[in-house]
Design a protein around this ligand. Structure first.
Ligand code: ADP
Length: 242
């Protein structure tokens, strides 16, 4: 079966520096894939290529069998790919619910904005319930804890109904309890979405990851189950042993 996402021979050159050097990556529908690697391995650059933020110097991005290489960010959101950033980008002056509502309208376009009703729609309530923020729906997003902000941002993504979610270090800076909740949330989300997670936290990976791709110096070093990857001496050398 054709994977939902297929990168072939992706290359990104900044000046004379090759940040991504011929990466092939396939992610199947409803997979929860972790992308790891030391700082500077090219993880963020690869996510930037998938989301249209960076145009690759070479290679192709296929999504659902369609070539989306070089499309603009907004077109890629419309195609069904959503991402979070390391620092959650929520609107602090809006309520938690309005952040989700606004995110939904980003994909639907301005018409949806004009039709906004007062009160929380069922769709917004469902998203907030899923990310555990329903009881805080009317609170200003500015009062949320770090962890709650990350969950709100994931909720904002879900509101856009993407087929593929790309999450950049979702548990960075979280407490142990928040990490656990996030791991459960990712597992839940991957039951009906495809999720790619950039993550450094090895303990988190051991608990919640199955399939892992290791990047190093712009290339795929190895791929496999978390146990297999961890046992690979090359991975220990470049990543675990640091
Ligand atoms: P990671 O996310 O794995 O830490 P990045 O994708 O952020 O790695 O970066 C890969 C390499 O590319 C790093 O050496 C970084 O300094 C370099 N890099 C990233 N973006 C740019 C840019 N816009 N211009 C020049 N070099 C960049």
């Amino acid at each position: 079966m054709e994977p939902l996402l297929r990168l072939s021979e992706i290359k990104v050159v900044f000046g004379s520096f090759t940040a991504v050097d011929g990466v092939d990556l396939s992610v199947a529908e409803r997979e929860l894939r972790f992308l790891i690697g030391p700082n500077g391995a090219g993880k963020t650059t690869l996510i930037d290529v998938i989301t249209g933020r960076t145009r690759p110097s070479g290679g192709r991005v296929l999504f659902g069998g369609v070539d989306i290489t070089g499309r603009r960010e907004h077109a890629i959101v419309r195609a069904g790919i959503g991402r979070t950033f390391q620092t959650a980008t929520v609107f602090e002056r809006l309520s938690v619910a309005d952040n989700v509502d606004l995110a939904a309208s980003y994909r639907m376009g301005p018409l949806r904005l004009l039709r906004r009703r007062r009160g929380i729609s069922d769709a917004v309530a469902a998203v907030l319930e899923r990310v555990g923020l329903l009881r805080l729906a009317d609170r200003g997003a500015g009062v949320l804890s770090h962890g709650q902000r990350q969950w709100l941002e994931i909720g904002m993504l879900l509101a856009q109904q993407p087929r593929l979610l790309l999450l950049d270090e979702p548990v960075a800076g979280m407490s142990a309890a928040e990490r656990e909740r996030t791991g459960e949330l990712l597992t839940e989300i991957s039951a009906d979405h495809t999720v790619v997670v950039v993550e450094h936290d090895m303990e988190f990976l051991r608990r919640y990851a199955r399939d892992v791709t290791v990047l190093h110096e712009g290339r795929v070093l190895t791929e496999g189950t978390v146990a297999r990857v961890q046992a690979d001496p090359r991975v220990q050398e470049v990543y675990l042993g640091r």
